[in-house]
Design a protein around this ligand. Structure first.
Ligand code: FMN
Length: 222
């Protein structure tokens, strides 16, 4: 017995030509997305954060549990506190915890323990995964495929940010449990990603990376 009534699915119909053109145009747009670490302090237009997060919330999820919470931090003091804690973890990462190999892989990106963007960005989206839910009777109900579901939601979030003409950085100052403490999150939530969002700074630069070509990532079984 289904909990949901079934309703007709209304398809979005395109001709083959439109389908080809739209997929190519979307790829072209997404291929311009870059991780930007120089973020201006320019405020965001009203309502944009809401649309972006609502887009993330359209993601599929295991058993439709929607195991995510998106916290939006614009408060100056909280941003400073998050920067301080993140830099503390990152200092330990760069100087003690990361392997030689990891540091060699990061070197071309020019990253270090300094995270100015955590204060300059007009907003930080802190994504939490919800490991379980507490039912009304107090029973702990585990969520399914939480990592996969929240990862997909973050992909949509990042695409929506780019589509709006904004930039962001997927930041993982691990361990990230300081975010649970600072934002006073409930027991069932674990920090997943820390995403500063805004406009790029005037003279922002990005590393000149290349992406794998299609032949490297696509395997055909005809
Ligand atoms: C899960 C994940 C964690 C990441 N963590 C960091 C991070 O902590 N700091 C950082 O500067 N970049 C981080 N990045 C960004 C990557 O370095 C970046 O996506 C990669 O270099 C490719 O560049 P592009 O996003 O411009 O295509 C992370 C990306 C992902 C997907």
């Amino acid at each position: 017995m289904s909990e949901f009534p079934f309703i007709p699915f209304i398809p979005t119909v395109f001709s083959s030509e439109e389908c080809i053109a739209r997929s190519a145009a979307f790829y072209s747009e997404m291929n311009k997305r870059r991780t930007v670490r120089d973020i201006a302090d320019t405020p965001l237009p009203q309502g944009v954060l809401e649309s972006i997060i609502a887009t993330a919330g359209t993601a599929p999820s295991g058993a439709h549990k929607q195991p995510w919470t998106f916290c939006v931090v614009t408060n100056k003091e909280l941003k400073s506190e998050i920067r301080k804690a993140a830099e503390q973890e990152e200092k330990a990462n760069y100087h003690q915890r990361m392997s030689e190999e990891w540091l060699r892989d990061l070197a071309p990106l020019g990253t270090d323990e300094h995270k100015e963007f955590l204060e300059t960005a007009p907003a930080l989206i802190v994504v939490f995964k919800r490991i379980y839910e507490i039912e009304n009777n107090g029973h702990k109900h585990n969520n399914y495929y939480v990592q996969e579901s929240v990862g997909i939601a973050c992909g949509l979030l990042i695409a929506a940010i780019h589509h709006a003409g904004l930039v962001c950085l997927t930041h993982t100052p691990s361990p990230m449990n300081f975010l649970e403490r600072i934002l006073n999150r409930p027991q069932n939530e674990r920090a997943f990603l820390l995403i500063p969002i805004g406009y790029p700074a005037k003279n922002a630069t990005v590393p000149d990376i290349t992406r794998k070509n299609l032949e490297e990532v696509m395997v055909r079984y005809l």
